[in-house]
Design a protein around this ligand. Structure first.
Ligand code: GDG
Length: 723
């Protein structure tokens, strides 16, 4: 196995007078991967250590004992990056709570700065061949920062929270940069398919990048996405339940709750966990049933207490607990036991084991490990789990009493059902879930993520018969001959734009056109799908031959006027379809019609991407029926549907000029279906190149317009130097 580096916000240690290792699921999962694995961990040591000597001491102890590398943050960076951006801005949004999210520009500056600090440390501590696995929402920019410096590095990223729907994520002021940061990874893992689906649609809507089933192609590389539901450290709980401390805790608990049924809640005191509504449900349950035989134990671990929303939550929870206890307590009897601190691990195991019911009702939760831990610890009497449908865990644990956590009545009813269920029913529900939790544990999770990461194809496999386009390769077949280039414009020489008017030649595109213009010994044809007026407006200043409307009409370089190559073409069908197409344009906001002489185009790049694609499918199938006997071809291209005369054909135009000027060598290049007519010409003098991905009849391929321009640049330079 290649060396593995895990990077997370916090190292799994507590640094105080001494250094204690924490023992969460991640640690166990990763350490269990193999004794011999070359494994290191990079993360914040926590707090703000100022003294340089103390920093050195901590770093060397962490290195020696665990092979961990600490990152030290200043108080200000910790405040802005961690408390601010991560926990007050991202966390609420990722959990569908935009009204709790706050934004400060300086928080994002700190987030960027700290992600950069992590990147520098990772680059220093790893080699080209290492696998880097980044954890969670604190480090969303890190994948792209690493990719920029090490294009070939293997980078995995796992998001422990939900990924919300586009409608929520779009609220974030820095949304594009965050997504672009994530897309630096080779593999992004989510707990559920729902989160993955939201991520894909957000990338499509915010960055305009389409994804295949499980791969997102960016200009530079591809990012796979996958579902890896995290599991628990099962072994640790089973071991914990064998200890003396556990037995003692269990005895104490049993004595304190004799004759009672115990209902347990365990969580960090976080507004995503649904504690206030759960308390409302308990109040309702007590009001309705008047039961005095139930003890509700809340273990609420203090969390993020410097964030105002958490302080407010604490006040509201304390208020509710005292109101319920005020009303329903009797001498020696208190219904709600509110423990606002962390309990020891063995005590937690004892609580899990003894509780008759566990209530896990978050309003939103990436996975929720407590639910799984509770199930595993049912090693004696079977207990029952009341579980929120908004926890990622509900996808796997469908034998639980699944509730809507916003519905107080439903939680209260489920509580009654769970408390009164027969032993048989409880066992029937419990066993399959318990087996699942034991089998798909944290180690399984880590192993399956890392296996998927290692198995990713490193390069896009291209069919072997399509060769990469290279200037050195092509130069000999063109040099010294009567040669011509037939070049498509949109998507080939210039990047496709949402609005066709935005693709006017500027910058690099203009430079390459000028370079082409200076080639005395090469004839250059711009072979576009555009109307004559566009071609005239943008290209008449060059000495190019222009071919408009996919070959319907041409204007040679010294000519004054356009000539229609196929004047006999029947265009009467246009009138039949214009009204129909107008209707589609009207029904699809952001789309519009373009009428040319021999074709009509419906452009939908400005429409909602999913709605646009859906309407395009509908349009194409209706047109296929309407136009089946007419001399037209329907071309469903990149964000367009074009209905054109069959006589307008780039291949025919190329043939026409090859015959007319007796070229000895020709290169055709294009990016879409209409260019295939050129590529399909069978003529020994012709070389063909496809720009971009997808099936093609071309002999060569080039990944992008940018790369194609670089190819032309190299080709033309070797031309002018005679090289
Ligand atoms: C994030 C996501 C996702 C709790 N109280 C005590 C204690 N705990 C331990 C539990 C459990 C862990 O804390 C809590 O994990 P959760 O998964 O429930 O929740 P988050 O902390 O919000 O975790 C979550 C998770 O990441 C993993 O991807 O499932 O959705 O939000 O392991 O046992 N441990 C001890 N005493 C306590 O009082 N010893």
């Amino acid at each position: 196995m290649k060396p593995l580096t895990v990077v997370s916000n916090r190292l799994p240690v507590t640094v105080g007078e001494t250094i204690e290792k924490s023992s969460g699921g991640m640690v166990a999962a990763l350490e269990g991967l193999g004794e011999n694995a070359d494994f290191q961990w990079i993360g914040w040591a926590g707090g703000a250590v100022k003294d340089p000597d103390r920093k050195k001491e901590i770093a060397s102890e962490l290195k020696e004992r665990f092979n961990y590398t600490p990152i030290f943050l200043s108080r200000k960076d910790a405040d802005d990056y961690y408390t601010g951006f991560s926990n007050s801005s991202l966390w609420p949004l990722l959990h569908y709570m935009p009204t709790k999210a706050r934004y400060e520009e300086r928080w994002f500056d700190a987030y960027r700065r700290v992600n950069r600090l992590f990147a520098d440390t990772v680059l220093e501590k790893t080699g080209e061949d290492d696998i880097v696995w980044i954890q969670d929402y604190h480090l969303m920019l890190l994948p792209a920062m690493l990719r920029e410096k090490r294009p070939k590095m293997t980078i995995g990223y796992f998001l422990h929270t939900p990924f919300p729907s586009y409608e929520i994520f779009r609220c974030h002021p820095d949304r594009e940069e965050l997504l672009e940061g994530l897309l630096g990874a080779d593999l992004i893992g989510f707990h559920t398919f729902g989160y993955l689906r939201h991520f894909r649609s957000t990338v499509l809507r915010l960055l305009g990048i389409e994804s295949e089933f499980n791969v997102i192609h960016t200009d530079t590389h591809q990012t796979a996405i996958g579902v890896f539901p995290i599991g628990i450290n099962a072994e640790k709980f089973l071991e914990g339940m064998k200890t003396e401390a556990y037995r003692e805790a269990k005895n104490t608990l049993q004595r304190a709750n004799t004759g009672k049924k115990v209902v347990l809640s365990v969580e960090r005191l976080d507004y995503t966990k649904g504690v206030p509504r759960r308390l409302d449900a308990i109040e309702r349950f007590l009001n309705e049933t008047g039961r005095t035989d139930v003890s509700f134990i809340f273990v609420c671990v203090p969390s993020r207490e410097s964030v105002p929303e958490y302080q407010e939550l604490r006040r509201s929870v304390e208020l509710k607990v005292s109101r319920i206890n005020g009303k329903h307590s009797a001498l020696g009897e208190i219904p709600v036991h509110f423990i606002h601190r962390q309990v020891a691990f063995e005590e937690l195991c004892a609580l899990y084991c003894l509780a008759d019911v566990a209530t896990v009702t978050p309003l939103m939760d990436g996975m929720n490990l407590v639910a799984k831990e509770y199930l595993l610890c049912q090693q004696e009497e079977p207990g029952a789990l009341v579980l929120s449908e908004f926890a990622g865990a509900a996808q796997e644990l469908n034998n639980a009493y699944v509730v809507n956590p916003y519905n107080v009545k439903e939680i209260s009813n489920a509580l009654q059902l769970a408390l009164d269920a027969s032993e048989k029913e409880k066992r029937q529900r419990l066993e399959p879930m318990k087996q699942r939790v034991a089998k798909y544990d944290a180690r399984f999770w880590a192993q399956s993520f890392l296996d998927s990461l290692s198995d990713l194809p490193r390069e896009t496999p291209e069919p072997t018969e399509i060769r990469p386009l290279s200037a050195e390769g092509l130069h000999p077949s063109l040099a010294g001959k009567n040669a011509a280039l037939f070049l498509d414009y949109d998507g080939t020489l210039a990047e496709l734009k949402k609005r066709p008017v935005d693709a006017a030649p500027v910058g690099e595109v203009e430079e390459i056109l000028s370079l082409l213009d200076r080639q005395e010994d090469l004839d250059v044809y711009l072979v576009g799908g555009r109307a004559r007026r566009d071609m005239d407006r943008w290209f008449s200043k060059y000495r190019f031959h222009l071919v408009a409307e996919h070959g319907y009409c041409v204007k040679e370089k010294d000519a004054e006027d356009w000539v229609v190559l196929t004047p006999e073409a029947d265009l009467s069908w246009k009138d039949q379809i214009l009204d129909f197409l107008e209707l589609y344009a009207g029904m699809t906001p952001g789309s519009f019609l373009e009428e040319k002489t021999a074709s009509v185009v419906w452009h939908y790049a400005g429409a909602d991407p999913e709605f646009g694609a859906w309407k395009a499918q509908q349009l194409v199938s209706s047109l296929q029926e309407m136009l089946s006997n007419l001399p037209v071809q329907i071309h469903h291209g990149k964000k367009i549907v074009e209905i054109a005369s069959v006589h307008a054909n780039k291949g025919a135009a190329v043939s026409y000029f090859m015959t007319k000027y007796r070229y000895e060598a020709v290169l055709c290049a294009g990016d879409d279906e209409t260019d295939e007519a050129m590529f399909r010409l069978s003529d020994d003098r012709l070389r063909s190149a496809k720009v971009g991905a997808g099936e093609t009849a071309a002999a060569f391929r080039c990944p992008s317009p940018k790369a194609f321009r670089a190819f032309l640049h190299a080709l033309l330079t070797s031309y002018s130097t005679g090289g």
